[in-house]
Design a protein around this ligand. Structure first.
Ligand code: SAM
Length: 272
């Protein structure tokens, strides 16, 4: 009989956010596979858990853990914070375990994306979790362009040092939308900055700590306007105008920045 792979949520700040079940499972399993053993050791010592720890991150072959599971060992997979496998190691391990018919069991708990979403005051009925944006500005722009027509709320994880830049890029691509920055969730300096994207992009001091960005989806008005100005653009091109002057004219007519029109045109051309 193989063991069970438990995916155990750990706190994203406040240590009280661990569940009774998580503590019990972490005590009972044979091994804990942790993203960073030094980090997890602190959590374990706080809760007086003495289970052996091994490292499991993107550089460790899942096969090592699978071998232990096939050998009948129960294993808890934890990341540094929140749910394993959400922008954290764990997803490959789950795939490998399922391929070998090993049972996978969630031990739910804290998660930064959902905690931010529920406090954002934006639509929670439909949302897209976009995780971390790519490092390369070109790839980032492609993803933002692709997301710009999504009607559902968008959730992003972000590293602290580049938020200003990212907000500027979002403002360029998305235009003005409601936004909520959830900073230092569950920690002493927890803060929610709810504002309009364009005004925030121009005024934000580089915030410290960890944060999640939640952005309103594309509104009906935006979609309507976009369809209209794309139609106007197409007519101008069909009438013989060059791309640059068509973009300038549409931007003037619809009171948009040339960049906004350019991005929509690019998006449109990429989806042809
Ligand atoms: N697996 C985690 C989860 O379930 O939320 C996410 C891990 S991901 C590597 C780390 C990112 O999550 C950070 O860059 C930040 O965007 C977000 N995050 C984690 N803890 C946070 C907190 N306390 N407050 C705000 N954002 C947080």
């Amino acid at each position: 009989m193989s063991g069970i792979l438990y995916l155990v949520a750990t706190p994203i700040g406040n240590l009280e956010d661990i569940t009774f079940r998580a503590v019990r499972i972490l005590r009972e399993v044979d091994v804990i596979a942790a993203e960073d053993t030094r980090h997890t050791r602190k959590l374990l010592s706080h809760f007086e858990i003495h289970t052996p720890l091994i490292r499991y991150d993107e550089f460790v072959d899942a096969a090592k853990i699978i071998e232990l599971l096939l050998d009948g060992k129960n294993i808890a997979c934890v990341s540094d914070a929140g749910l394993p496998a959400i922008s954290d190691p764990g997803a490959n391990l789950v795939k490998a375990a399922v391929e070998k018919n090993i049972s996978v069991c969630p031990i739910p708990g804290a998660n930064a994306a959902l905690s931010a979403l529920i406090c954002s005051a934006l639509d929670t009925t439909k949302f897209t979790f976009a995780g971390f944006l790519p490092k390369s500005p070109k790839n980032r722009r492609e993803i933002l362009n692709e997301l710009s027509t999504h009607k559902e709320t968008l959730i992003f994880y972000e590293a602290p040092h580049r938020i200003k830049k990212i907000l500027e890029e979002m403002a360029n691509v998305f235009g003005n939308r409601k936004i909520c920055i959830a900073r230092e969730l569950t920690k002493i300096h927890e803060e929610f900055i709810r504002a309009d994207l364009i005004s925030l992009a121009g005024n934000l001091d580089e915030p410290r700590g960890e944060f999640v960005i939640v952005v309103e989806g594309c509104t009906e008005i935006e979609t309507f306007a976009q369809d209209n100005f794309l139609d106007a653009y197409k007519k101008l091109i069909e009438g013989g105008a060059d791309k640059k002057s068509a973009i300038r004219e549409v931007a003037q007519k619809f009171n948009l920045s040339r960049r906004e029109v350019y991005n929509a045109v690019l998006d449109f051309e990429n989806n042809l």
